[in-house]
Design a protein around this ligand. Structure first.
Ligand SMILES: NC(=O)c1ccc[n+]([C@@H]2O[C@H](COP(=O)([O-])OP(=O)(O)OC[C@H]3O[C@@H](n4cnc5c(N)ncnc54)[C@H](O)[C@@H]3O)[C@@H](O)[C@H]2O)c1
Length: 356
């Protein structure tokens, strides 16, 4: 039952038929971008991947009319209004340079880059070119997080005092062979989503403290796979993101809990249960002496939340405004990520402003 009328659904602008050109058609495009765009009724008109057969397979499955042999050919297609970039982060800057030169709006993948300075260049390129640039940091649109944001914004929990996102899973690394080789793994590619979700709920923390470790038998997986990151806010709110990718024998869970002076929210991130099949998110809202209110949700992180950043970019183009998921704002998420690595490396708390 939901007599609270919690507003968690993604809203589309009135114009959603912008032609999308997809650059890089690998795993995430196949199991998240394209199913989301199909569900939203978006119009993907062109595809390009270094491996032509990868783009061709996606085009066949999603009835995309044109597959190109080069980035330049895709960018020269007048039917392409927005470019959906989903290449590895170390390739993203060179693609953005070409997209900006072609004068097209774009959705970038997260993390924007592996170095903060490179991410900044990506942002400045689009700003100097007068182009809309959004980032696919889509957990903000996940049903459970969006519903929590609605409740928090409506003052249903009062002053936020404690926040936790805790994920303990067995990650199928074989789905991302290139990730196993990444020297910076967990925070850079996974906790980054929860950190951004915390920012979307509570704004900017004052201090970041992070501890990272590895599983005793993680084999060829190079980077950190178990981390705890604490965000301390000026008003006393403490937010914790704790992730373990090697919960092999335990019960495995992916939960969020947001406490305040007037109420509390708790829920589950459904996607992480039996990933990648998942189940819808769950959310319970309660006040101390009230009965719990279960908010029913029928969506989950993948693919549904992936509609959000593209919808936000399209709306920004339509209204000629800055996208809500703009990359300039995302630099603050990257500052926290960088601060987390510095904190772990130097055994100290770090202010995000130290970065960049
Ligand atoms: N937003 C999310 O939740 C999320 C989830 C997973 C991955 N990602 C990001 O998406 C990106 C892609 O990840 P993935 O898991 O799909 O990887 P992937 O390796 O499965 O796919 C990447 C694709 O890019 C292609 N490619 C590489 N260089 C290219 C170039 N110069 N031009 C065109 N195509 C090129 C590759 O051939 C490959 O098909 C990464 O940046 C990753 O961090 C984001």
């Amino acid at each position: 039952m939901t007599d609270l009328n919690v507003d968690w659904r993604i809203k589309l602008g009135s114009k959603t038929d912008y032609g999308i050109g997809s650059i890089g058609c690998g795993g995430i495009v196949q199991y998240a971008h394209m199913p989301a765009y199909k569900k939203a009724g978006f119009n993907t008109v062109a595809a390009y991947d270094l491996k032509r057969e990868v783009a061709q397979n996606v085009a066949n499955e999603y009835s995309i009319p044109n597959v190109y042999d080069t980035v330049e050919e895709l960018l020269a297609d007048p039917a392409v209004d927005v470019v959906d970039i989903a290449v590895p982060p170390w390739v993203q800057l060179e693609i953005v340079e070409k997209v900006v030169a072609a004068g097209k709006h774009m959705l970038c993948q997260k993390p924007l880059a592996l170095e903060f300075s490179e991410a900044l260049k990506i942002v400045e390129l689009a700003e100097n070119g007068g182009l809309k640039q959004a980032v696919n940091q889509q957990m903000r649109w996940d049903a459970g997080i969006a519903a929590s944001r609605d409740l928090i914004t409506r003052d249903c929990i009062g002053i936020p005092t404690a926040a936790q996102i805790e994920v303990s899973i067995e990650t199928p690394w074989h789905m991302w062979p290139w990730l196993a080789a990444a020297p910076r793994l967990e925070v850079n590619y996974h906790s980054i989503h929860y950190i951004d979700a915390m920012r979307s709920l509570f704004g900017e923390p004052e201090w970041v403290t992070s501890r990272h470790t590895r599983y005793a038998k993680q084999g060829e997986v190079q980077g950190e796979t178990k981390t705890i990151t604490i965000l301390d806010y000026a008003d006393g709110l403490q937010a914790m993101v704790a992730v373990n990718h090697y919960d092999i024998h335990g019960k495995q869970y992916a939960t969020f809990a947001f406490n305040g002076t007037q109420g509390a929210i708790e829920g589950t991130i459904g996607l992480m249960y039996n990933y990648p099949n998942g189940r819808p998110d769950t959310l319970v809202y309660r006040k101390k002496y009230d009965h719990p209110i279960h908010i029913e949700m029928d969506e989950m992180w993948i693919p549904d939340a992936f509609i959000g950043p593209m919808a936000c970019l399209m709306e920004a183009i339509e209204k000629d405004e800055t996208p809500c998921a703009n990359t300039r704002d995302n630099l603050n998420t990257l500052r926290i990520v960088e601060a987390a690595y510095l904190s772990a490396q130097e055994n100290r708390s770090v202010r995000p402003e130290e970065i960049g």
